[in-house]
Design a protein around this ligand. Structure first.
Ligand code: NAP
Length: 465
């Protein structure tokens, strides 16, 4: 894949970039390792000040970077601005909380005594150079949610961003540098995916984190496993959105939330609700209102404030989505709306918001992630069927359940196989809450204390009597 900005609204190549050659990569890896040796010894207060300064710059430059993101991957300008603001918030959150989250831990006196020590404690020390392989769908946020905690913990970072967001990738490297981080703390490597393996195998690289598809996760984890290096993997998802009868009184709110949960980021979000599992008592009302609301969304130029849904980010992404939908239709699924390219938009990679009913387990769309504005609707008769269907996927990122019944809430909280269960709302990441999945959605957690400790050497310090 060439490293280039290609406008998904028109399909035009706006700017191409030469990938870094072996010398350029060597220079940056060496610098990252050299910088780590001194940066690891800095105190939390100075790291926090640097992060806060990066947040201030990002706030000041929000409009500019938002336009770059929209140009490169087609999210609406409003969504891009919100993403930039969210990044600044996460930086400030780690600046304010990093030291507390990494404070020394003191085992109980009795256990210290029992171990034969006069003193023992656990300290979180940085690991070293961390390689981050990142996707285009939240081109700023995915990177910042790794970079803010990693830098706060005293690590240095190397970013291999998706090949279709090079300008955002370069902006990020520049941002941390301008904020005052020593050169080498955070660097962008403009490289293709074929160059990832050799960087990861470099002995100066201590660990890796990857957000992206299952295939990319599998290859990076295999190399890291071979090198015995820790990884965090944030992969795909096909989150359920369950609606039970006790939500009948707030169905309009549930429907509005369902639409946002499905089409946020033009439908290209790992934590988007993708499968809508609705109890038979409320199914007809939900299906009718949901379909109408999806059909009413405005598809168009993402730079325009009136647009709800922009194009898909890549031509291949739209082709994959179309194939999933067309195959389901040919096997008997029904399109309640959409299922085609908008006639008014012959150029670019647009796709109409789509609702499919009559999906069966034999169809690929039942098992695979639909990465675009396509919802599948299922009718279930009771809570057991809802839980079973929600778990009938190889993914386990997050989940959404609408019910005011406390017994049902306990049941879903206990039995849904996912890294999150969000009741009467939709999944959204927040710096204070762990984020990540189970099954083929990956392993490890980002954000919160878990996210900052992921790239630490958890060290036992033991002092004999
Ligand atoms: P992708 O094709 O896997 O790309 C992600 C990153 O991995 C890119 O930088 C890509 O580089 C690189 N890459 C691809 N194949 C690789 C390989 N074999 N070895 C090393 N690196 C490789 O994914 P995407 O299409 O950009 O993103 C969509 C996927 O990401 C969806 O499945 C989505 O659900 C998932 N995602 C998950 C989360 C989460 O938090 N769980 C968040 C966002 C997205 P190139 O661009 O150069 O190919």
């Amino acid at each position: 894949m060439p490293i280039a900005t290609v406008n998904p609204v028109t399909g035009e190549t706006v700017k191409t970039f030469e990938p870094l050659g072996p010398d350029g990569i060597e220079e940056r890896v060496a610098r990252a390792e050299r910088t780590f040796r001194s940066y690891r010894g800095t105190d939390f207060a100075s790291r926090a000040a640097l992060l806060a300064s990066a947040a201030d710059l990002l706030d000041k430059e929000r409009e500019e970077i938002a336009r770059i993101m929209t140009l490169e991957m087609g999210k609406t300008l409003a969504a891009a601005r919100a993403e930039a603001a969210k990044c600044a918030k996460a930086m400030r959150w780690y600046a304010a909380n990093g030291e507390r989250l990494l404070a020394d831990e003191h085992p109980a006196d009795a256990d210290v005594q029992d171990s034969g020590a006069h003193r023992a404690l656990v300290r979180y020390r940085p690991l070293g150079v961390v390689l981050a392989v990142m996707p285009w769908n939240f081109p700023l946020w995915q990177v910042v949610r790794f970079a803010a905690p990693a830098l706060m913990a005293g690590n240095t970072g190397l970013l291999k961003h998706a090949s279709n967001v090079p300008q955002t990738a370069l902006y990020l490297g520049d941002l941390f540098h301008r904020a005052g981080f020593p050169e080498g703390c955070f660097q962008t490597l403009l490289i293709g995916s074929g160059a990832v393996e050799s960087v990861l195998r470099d002995p100066r690289v201590a660990a890796a984190t990857l957000t992206g598809s299952e295939g990319a996760g599998r290859s990076v984890a295999a190399v890291a496993g071979d090198e015995i290096k820790p990884t965090v993997l944030e992969l795909g998802g096909s989150d359920p959105f369950v609606v039970m009868p006790s939500a009948a009184g707030e169905l309009d709110h549930a429907v509005a939330t369902a639409v946002t949960a499905r089409v946020q980021n033009n439908g290209q979000s790992c934590i988007a609700a993708k499968r809508f599992i609705v109890h038979e008592d409320v199914y007809d009302a939900f299906a009718q209102r949901f379909t109408r609301a999806m059909g009413d969304l405005v598809v168009g130029d993402p730079m325009k404030e009136s647009t709800d849904i922009g194009p898909l980010s890549t031509e291949q992404g739209r082709a994959d989505l179309e194939e999933l939908v067309d195959e389901a239709l040919s096997q008997g699924a029904q399109a309640l709306c959409g299922a085609r390219r908008p006639e008014a938009r012959p150029a670019g990679w647009f796709y109409e918001p789509t609702v499919l009913a009559g999906v069966t387990p034999q169809m690929r769309i039942h098992r695979e992630e639909a990465f675009g504005p396509v919802a599948t609707l299922y009718r279930v008769r009771d809570v057991d069927a809802a839980v079973e269907l929600a778990n009938d996927t190889s993914f386990g990122l997050s989940s959404n359940v609408w019910t005011r019944d406390e017994d049902e809430q306990r049941r879903f909280a206990a039995d849904l196989q996912a890294g999150g269960v969000y009741f009467n709302g939709m999944t959204a990441s927040h710096p204070a809450f762990p984020f990540g999945g189970v099954k083929r959605s990956g392993y490890g957690r980002e954000l919160s204390g878990q996210g900052i400790r992921a790239f630490c050497n958890v060290t036992t310090l033991w002092y004999g009597r």
